[in-house]
Design a protein around this ligand. Structure first.
Ligand code: TRP
Length: 322
């Protein structure tokens, strides 16, 4: 066996035991919870791509419209010879809009937890942008990770679209912003997508689509636990719930047990009461001002903000330093 495959095997064992540990801990907690980072296995990533195309799911459409209209302004903030580092790159569709508008970008560093996506996309990007250095990093970007050494001579810009920062608790969002300021360095630019506070009806519909794709995405977490950890969740006995929590300005996603039951997970029996839920994700909504204030407290100065015509979504540019 080659060294590489031994290392790869250890990494994947580490990952799956971390998964098992997190699942057991989350299901033992009250209220029960599971980390949204585990949504994105292969099936989950595919379902997520479908969510972004749903008629009710406005964030992706709005953000793409903002990027199409203003990528040139954003590019204007980047010095020559910049490396664009994307946190959670997925299909890199939004990064392509930046790459098309910004000849200053000399290197693109997609960071993603799913190495399969990364490899596929890197191949396509190298073909479509032959002069661009494409340097993928397979990592959980919420943890410390190293940037490729070859970036040493380049300026740096972070790219964090998709309102993924809204999936962090405010204290985690702060920690992420501080961590990003540290790895990107003095004077770096961070371009970040932020979903805006709006009518509860529009918000709720976006996470309760009529076709049920978001429900399947949420339930896939239990299917993944069955597949990878040998649990026996009966998916027909759990239902998707998503609602707007006005006080905390967040959409909450849960999986609710339709009845009292016991589920075996990693050799442990987990009890569910009727209607008891597992909290799987939050999606915090900000105003341009409330996000700007958060960023200021974490070593960043807001320099510009763009929005769609309806004012549903915003893309904001921050500069490292106060
Ligand atoms: N960050 C986006 C949001 O909160 C996308 C997203 C993450 C999402 N997890 C999701 C969308 C679950 C729907 C369901 O909207």
């Amino acid at each position: 066996m080659s060294i590489q495959s031994v290392v790869a095997r250890h990494l994947s064992e580490d990952r799956s035991s971390a998964f098992a540990r997190d699942v057991i801990e989350g299901l033992a907690a009250r209220p029960k919870r599971l980390s949204p980072k585990y949504f994105y296995d292969e099936a989950g990533s595919r379902l997520f791509e479908q969510i972004t195309e749903l008629p009710e799911y406005y964030p992706t459409r709005c953000e793409l419209a903002i990027l199409r209209a203003h990528a040139a302004d954003m590019a204007g903030l980047l010095p020559a010879q910049t490396a664009l580092i994307e946190f959670g790159s997925g299909s890199s569709k939004k990064a392509r809009l930046m790459l098309d508008a910004a000849p200053a970008i000399a290197a693109y560093v997609p960071v993603d937890i799913s190495s399969q996506w990364l490899t596929q996309e890197a191949t396509r990007l190298r073909r479509d942008y032959p002069r661009l250095a494409v340097l993928p990093v397979a990592a959980d970007f919420t943890q410390a990770f190293r940037l490729p050494r070859s970036l040493a001579t380049l300026a740096r810009a972070g790219f964090f679209p998709g309102s993924t920062i809204g999936n962090f608790e405010p204290h985690q969002a702060s920690a992420f912003l501080q961590h990003a300021a540290r790895i990107l360095g003095e004077d770096a630019i961070l371009i970040v997508g932020i979903d805006l506070v709006k009518d509860a009806e529009i918000l709720t519909a976006a996470y309760n689509d009529a076709a049920g794709v978001t429900a399947n995405f949420n339930l896939n977490l239990l299917a993944r636990i069955n597949r990878e950890l040998g649990a026996d969740f009966d998916l027909t006995t759990f239902s998707h719930q998503a609602f707007y929590n006005r006080e905390r300005r967040r959409i909450e996603m849960h999986l609710a047990s339709r009845r009292r039951q016991q589920v075996s997970v990693c050799g442990r029996m987990i009890e569910f009461g009727e209607c008891e839920t597992i909290h799987t994700e939050n999606s915090y909504k900000y105003t341009v001002e409330s996000f700007g204030a958060l960023a200021r407290g974490c070593g960043w100065t807001p320099v510009a903000a763009w929005s769609d015509v309806e004012g549903y979504f915003s893309v904001q540019a921050l500069r490292a330093g106060t």
